[in-house]
Design a protein around this ligand. Structure first.
Ligand code: NCD
Length: 314
């Protein structure tokens, strides 16, 4: 919450790509006090008072949209949600024209989610205000990776040296894409685990790829499960969801193969009985899933604060 931190040296937050470990740690450190603040009864800070925050979500969202809205309001911003379904986008307006239109209303920060990879960067190129990418197709989802890092750091007291397995539909996941960049930068030892058809075409250097979940989770500290992103698959999955669960679903028995105090994470939305069993998801000791949601608000407050400092003269 302190404003004596070093300034965040980027105008926008479009991805983890291009950020340094120092940049990531700056945001994580800035989020910590907001996590405590958000546990208080009165959650009203006024540092963004008078600033306009637009959330433009062209793809569906529950937690990301809502947490950006709550984050902005807790900082005192005037938050407006732009609803493409009820807008001229339905009448064929291009993304560039929509961006220019939103820009003409003089927002102070824009949060965008869109189905096209690179959409946030394209919009940032025409906006006069900072832009946060809240997910661009299978591109990046930087605030999700940041909240994941914060959840891990708070549980283990560090990220450096931890073994993390990201499991499931890596190929179509922007969450995986951002975490594949952030976690190694922060010193984690990363593995990806998926059926061959859901692994990325190119496995980044230094990351081990597994096609068997039992092997993939063996001895890890963190098991991060991902949803099958059927909306991004040109062809239907070759196996049934029941078969997928049998081979790639996280059960209690599989979690027992991980390190003794291993935790389970999931960005949501989860499909219980497909990639994760309900008892594992609900395990109060092992599951960080609801803490991820809680910390998402703190991380987004930190991002909104850091990115608007220049405009506020802070
Ligand atoms: C994810 C997303 O939309 O990228 N959810 C989220 O933001 N928490 C993951 C998903 O859609 O499966």
């Amino acid at each position: 919450m302190a404003s004596d931190q070093a300034p965040f040296p980027h105008r926008h937050l479009l991805g983890i790509d291009g950020l340094s470990a120092d940049d990531l740690n700056l945001i994580l450190d800035a989020a910590e006090p907001w996590a405590a603040f958000n546990r208080g009864a009165r959650k009203a800070d006024q540092r963004l008072a008078g600033l306009t925050q637009i959330n433009a979500f062209f793809e569906t969202s529950t937690r990301t949209l809502f947490s950006f809205e709550i984050a902005g309001k807790r900082l005192g911003a005037q938050v407006s949600n732009f609803h493409p379904a009820a807008s001229s986008v339905r009448k064929g307006e291009s993304l560039a024209d929509t961006a220019l239109t939103l820009n003409a209303m003089r927002p102070d920060i824009l949060v965008i989610r869109h189905e096209a990879v690179g959409a946030a960067a394209d919009v940032a190129a025409v906006m006069d205000c900072p832009v946060i990418n809240a997910g661009d197709g299978r591109g990046e989802h930087p605030t999700q990776a940041l909240l994941d890092a914060l959840a891990i750091r708070r549980r283990f007291g560090r990220i450096e040296g931890l073994k993390v397995a990201i499991c499931g539909d890596i190929r179509h996941s922007r969450v995986a894409n951002s975490n594949l960049r952030s976690l190694p930068l922060l010193g984690a030892e990363l593995r990806i685990v998926a059926p061959p058809s859901l692994l990325p075409d190119v496995v980044p250097p230094g990351i081990a790829a597994f096609t068997d979940l039992d092997d993939g989770v063996d001895g890890v500290n963190v098991v991060m499960m991902l949803r099958i992103q059927r909306e991004r698959m040109p062809d239907a999955l070759s196996e049934s969801l029941g078969d997928y669960h049998a081979r790639f679903g996280l059960s209690r028995a599989r979690l027992d193969r991980a390190a003794p105090h291993a935790v389970v994470m999931h960005p949501g939305p989860m499909n219980r009985g497909v990639e994760i069993d309900g008892d594992v998801a609900d395990d109060p000791e092992r599951s960080l899933i609801l803490q991820q949601v809680e910390l998402g608000v703190a991380v987004r407050m930190a991002c909104l604060d850091l990115l608007t400092r220049e405009r506020r003269g802070a």
